[in-house]
Design a protein around this ligand. Structure first.
Ligand code: SF4
Length: 263
């Protein structure tokens, strides 16, 4: 896979940060399977149905979603969701993954082709770059949580509509409630719009602390989406992302009070 990772490392070396970069753990790369085989297993006997049995448009019971006691229970509840049109076209629902007690939670827009095939977030080229971005602040993918605004792939990787985002928003919010991160890093414009209602261009607002009014207030650091970094692979953009992630990690590691937001 032709990913310009060496320039990213070169930039970090230019910044005197080469020592912070670690190779991430090898990621499993299961071969794509036909859709009929790729869908996750259905719950067995004794497990409550994931969706209300009302055919197309079925959605999990919102009350059950809001009360899901764990990420595993939430995933079981929503795995057959058809609450928006994206459900009909997916191969696999991409729930998100990582440390269920992560201090840092990364939120992207939605699954792409590779994510749809594997059922995992950020596993394509942008995902490999995200791994390097996380490594540049001394962490590994398994130490953070990575998810998306929508759990199913929009066709042709288009931006999910506000209606699709709204249909899926309760799942992301329950994930945040269960993980209770100290800092959320939004990747690109869509998660910033959907979580905070901010429509300011990402190039203007990145790096400026925001606050999500949940759990007493969660600091939010907006930064560029890795796919944008791949397209705009300049030292300026890479340095901006690194500065954003460094600030997010410092706050997550620091003594800041829950509910307080960095200035
Ligand atoms: S994107 Fe979200 S709301 Fe739409 S079908 Fe998938 S899980 Fe359900």
């Amino acid at each position: 896979m032709d990913i310009p990772l060496q320039p990213w490392r070169d930039t970090l070396e230019d910044l005197g940060l080469a020592g912070l970069v670690r190779d991430p753990p090898a990621l499993p790369s299961p071969a794509p399977r036909p859709p009929s085989e790729a869908r996750p297993p259905r719950p067995g006997p004794g497990v409550p149905p994931a969706v209300q049995p009302d055919g197309p448009g079925a959605r999990p019971d919102p009350a059950a979603v809001a009360a899901a006691p764990s990420l595993e229970a939430l995933q079981t509840l929503i795995q057959d969701c058809q609450a928006c049109p994206l459900g009909a076209g997916r191969i696999r629902l991409v729930f998100g993954e990582g440390n269920p007690s992560a201090k840092l939670l990364f939120v992207g827009e939605g699954p792409g082709r590779d994510e749809d095939l594997q059922g995992r977030p950020f596993v394509g080229r942008a995902g490999e770059l995200l791994d390097r971005m996380i490594a540049s602040i001394g962490l590994q993918r398994t130490e953070v949580w990575i998810g998306n605004v929508v759990k199913c792939r929009p066709p042709d990787n288009r931006t999910p509509t506000p209606q699709e985002c709204q249909a899926c928003s309760g799942y992301l919010r329950r994930q945040i409630e269960l993980i209770r991160p100290r800092v959320i890093v939004t990747l690109g414009a869509t998660p910033l719009r959907e979580l905070l209602g901010i429509t300011t261009g990402i190039t203007r607002i990145r790096g400026q602390w925001q606050r999500l009014e949940m759990l007493g207030g969660i600091p939010v650091m907006p930064t560029f989406h890795p796919a944008y970094v791949l397209r705009q692979y300049t030292q300026e953009v890479r340095r901006a992302v690194w500065e954003d992630l460094k600030a997010a990690k410092n706050w997550a590691d620091g003594p800041g009070e829950a509910g307080a937001a960095p200035s």
